[in-house]
Design a protein around this ligand. Structure first.
Ligand code: ADP
Ligand code: ZN
Length: 749
């Protein structure tokens, strides 16, 4: 038997309040049978409207209030009575429900992993081919002819996987429900197999962190400032603005040492992308009691890590967004590294931002929050300027690294002969790549767009191949030989002739990473080239494999999307080429410039991190754009100065807080009517402004029309009043209409 903390004595009445994982803003009373043991924060199963439901106990009580006792139903099961959320997290959930307009049950569910307690090895459903691959290819084509597109897609995905494919991943990758694969199983094309879940924890690479640097004066000052607040058990939020390579990690480590010396716990959040053995290693080498939480873990491993934290065996949690809910007691420090990263915002209910929730948790625990970034969001920088956060600057690179030299290449001036395979690589960039390859240095080439080309267009009539379910063009993936919609995963064969004018050949317009890879292999046949994007990184462990090979210098040129733009520290990378700076610049979103600046600045920061100087080449059609110019000058303050000017005039964050309500329906009129009605109700709010309803940037996805309403609240009171009216707006969803509330939205797509 394992030893566990004892649950507190249960009151005689033995009733419990349970929050269900439903968008219902109330809790429900159940009777707790004598044989069961539960406490606030326990996960239970209860009967609800004729079904069994999961829920979390929010309180024990000895009566059942106004409900006649005979009518109160019993809890069916308590899942692991000894596992429960700590009080601080129960309180935090209430706060989240209020701030984001979700139910308490939804907030609590985000905190407690479904399998907090896991015994033995689980066997997971997979699907594999039950017919020879050649037959599967033929069948997939036939299915597509018969407009059974989803089944064709599923079959092809399993084919491409080349072995048993996890069923959940299959559904996610193909954007399908379980009905297509079930039909394929029924018809004998696929078969189901159960495969034991491999428990493959993220092994920290402890060699990484061995060096303990003497702090430079800026780092020293930062550690002292935060250290003082920690010593006083004072809640405060710091914005650590440090240029790339300024040694922010060393600062986090030193503060964490101070926190641990007082036996308080720490949480370190990093973006999923930079959650590499390298990052984990830096922390694990200094602290023996680190637990790692991230979405790549198997459920069993996740449960094990969660329990180590819950039992106090691990006192430092490092992980992606959800590690914020690590079941630690007496947290003294929460670090959010790369605070500008959009992955800190959850894009499903509850749509919380880790930064806001971290601050709320830290307030409850009298802890400090350190937000670190070389390119803080305008929201955070604005708050630091207003004194809501304390600003700490690390203006110089630590150690040997110097800022790279940046060259901006005006693509309008490049002659056509530099275009190979449809990819323009300027003379300068080509020469530099050659040089670096000769010197056996490493090169990173960045383009934030995957696939071969984003558009197939008819050179005669100019029409492009569009997804029939979405209002977007389909991306050509040459390796797979398919056109793919990046929004609904719908795919199809490349049309032989133009669908409009029957011109005999469609033309690939523009380039994605796949095309860059082809071009680079052609231009530099002796170089070892690897590509890192969502298409090549689907398998578990693929990240670690490629980055490991790159670190061991088994790769000369690494091509990738934003996945390679951030957080990576490779001393032998002396050249970074941005194939196009413009992929996100002209998106109709008020954050387009900010995102472009951040990406360019971050990707430039990958060059020259060792003792060798680095060079960055940025190719662009808009060299005069202020975001491009500020990134080329590696000048955050200059960018912020200009951008704040625009934001002030337009009243966007940080000069307001935004709330977005999205209406989606198959009939456009339906979405519109609901949006117009809400708009009318929002009239007359002081210090707030409603925009729309207007079509979302993606006006139709999966056959649903999408309209949104944006509300800007200019004062905290106005924000409160807006939320008062909007908190329950999702309850207007019907079978035909989906209403989504998003507080502080990042995506306006
Ligand atoms: P950032 O996260 O700010 O981009 P890192 O924490 O990755 O920067 O640090 C950049 C490099 O500088 C790392 O290789 C790190 O080991 C080194 N470094 C950090 N602090 C110092 C220091 N005080 N002296 C020398 N080197 C340092
Ligand atoms: Zn689509």
């Amino acid at each position: 038997m394992e030893e566990h903390e004892r649950a507190p004595e249960l009151p005689a009445g033995r009733f419990v309040e349970v929050a269900l994982k439903l968008p219902l803003k109330t809790t429900f009373t159940y009777r707790l049978p004598a044989a069961l043991d539960a406490r606030p924060g326990s996960r239970v199963r209860v009967p609800f409207r004729g079904k069994e439901m999961g829920g979390i106990v929010t309180a024990l009580r000895d009566d059942c209030g106004a409900v006649p006792p005979a009518k109160v139903r019993g809890v069916t099961a308590v899942l692991d009575a000894e596992i429960a959320l700590p009080d601080s997290l129960l309180q935090l959930a209430e706060r989240m429900a209020l701030d984001y307009g979700c139910s308490l049950g939804e907030a609590l569910d985000a905190m407690l992993p479904a399998a907090a307690k896991q015994r033995g090895v689980r066997r997971l459903p997979h699907l594999e081919l039950a017919i020879p691959p050649d037959d599967a290819v033929t069948l997939a084509d036939e299915l597509e002819e018969k407009s059974a597109g989803e089944r064709a897609r599923v079959l092809r995905a399993v084919l491409e996987w080349g072995g048993p494919m996890p069923t959940l991943q299959l559904q996610r990758d193909t954007g399908t429900s379980d009905s297509p694969w079930k039909t394929l199983v029924k018809h004998g094309a696929l078969k189901r197999v159960l495969i034991a879940e491999e428990s493959e924890p993220l092994e920290p690479d402890v060699r990484e962190g061995a060096a303990r640097h003497d702090l430079n004066e800026h780092q020293q000052a930062a550690v002292e400032l935060v250290g003082q607040a920690v010593a006083e058990r004072r809640h405060e939020t710091f914005l650590l603005h440090g240029v790339t390579g300024s040694g922010k990690t060393e600062v986090y480590l030193r503060i964490l040492e101070l926190v641990r010396a007082r036996d308080r716990a720490g949480i370190v959040l990093v973006p999923e992308i930079s959650l590499t053995p390298q990052t984990v290693g830096r922390f694990a080498s200094r602290f023996p009691d680190v637990a790692v939480l991230h979405s790549g873990l198997t459920q069993g491993e996740r449960a094990r890590q969660w329990q180590r934290l819950f039992r106090g065996e691990a006192r430092v949690a490092i992980g992606a967004r959800s590690a914020l809910f690590a079941p630690l007691r007496d947290v003294g420090l929460i670090v959010i590294d790369e605070e500008h990263e959009s992955s800190f915002k959850q894009d499903s209910t509850p749509r919380y931002h880790a930064r806001e929730v971290a601050i709320a948790r830290a307030e409850l625990e009298h802890a400090c929050v350190v937000l670190g970034s070389a390119t803080p969001t305008l929201e955070s920088y604005g708050r630091a300027k207003r004194g809501v956060y304390r600003l700490i600057e690390l203006p110089e690179r630590a150690g040997a690294g110097r800022q790279p030299k940046v060259i901006v290449e005006d693509l309008r001036k490049e002659s056509r002969e530099q275009t190979i395979e449809g990819v323009t690589i300027s003379r300068t960039l080509q020469t530099l790549i050659h040089e670096r390859l000769r010197a056996r240095d490493q090169v990173i080439l960045f383009l934030n767009r995957r696939g071969y080309s984003p558009v197939l267009v008819c050179p005669s009539c100019g029409s492009a191949v569009q997804c029939e379910h979405c209002e977007v063009s389909m991306t050509w993936h040459a390796t797979r030989g398919r056109l793919v919609c990046h929004y609904c995963q719908n795919e199809k064969r490349r049309p032989e002739v133009c669908g409009h004018c029957e011109h005999p050949r469609m033309h690939e317009l523009g380039a994605g990473t796949e095309r860059v890879e082809v071009a680079v292999r052609r231009m530099f046949p002796d170089a070892i080239v690897a590509r890192m994007d969502a298409d090549t990184m689907r398998r578990r462990g693929a990240h670690e494999r490629v980055l490991g090979a790159f670190r061991r210098r088994q790769i000369d040129v690494l091509i990738g999307t934003q996945m390679i733009a951030k957080g990576l520290d490779f001393p032998d990378v002396t050249l970074v080429g941005v194939i196009s700076a413009d992929t996100g610049l002209f998106v109709p979103d008020f954050r387009a410039a900010e995102r472009t600046f951040q990406l360019l600045y971050q990707v430039a920061g990958r060059a020259g991190r060792g003792d060798k100087p680095g060079t960055v080449v940025i190719q662009t059609l808009a060299p005069e754009n202020y975001a491009v110019r500020a990134a080329a000058a590696i000048d955050y303050h200059e960018f912020v100065r200009q951008e704040l000017g625009f934001r002030r005039v337009t009243g966007y964050p940080p000069f307001s807080r935004l709330v977005r309500v999205l209406f989606e329906a198959r009939r456009e009129a339906e979405a519109k009517a609901a949006a117009v009605a809400l708009r009318r109700e929002l009239q007359g709010l002081a210090d707030a402004e409603s925009l729309g309803p207007a079509p979302a940037i993606l006006a139709r996805i999966k056959d649903r029309f999408r309209l949104h309403l944006l509300v800007k609240a200019f004062t905290p009171d106005a924000f409160g009043a807006v939320m008062e009216r909007l908190r329950d707006v999702e309850d207007r969803s019907t079978h035909a209409l989906r209403v989504t509330l998003d507080v502080d939205p990042l995506a306006l797509m």
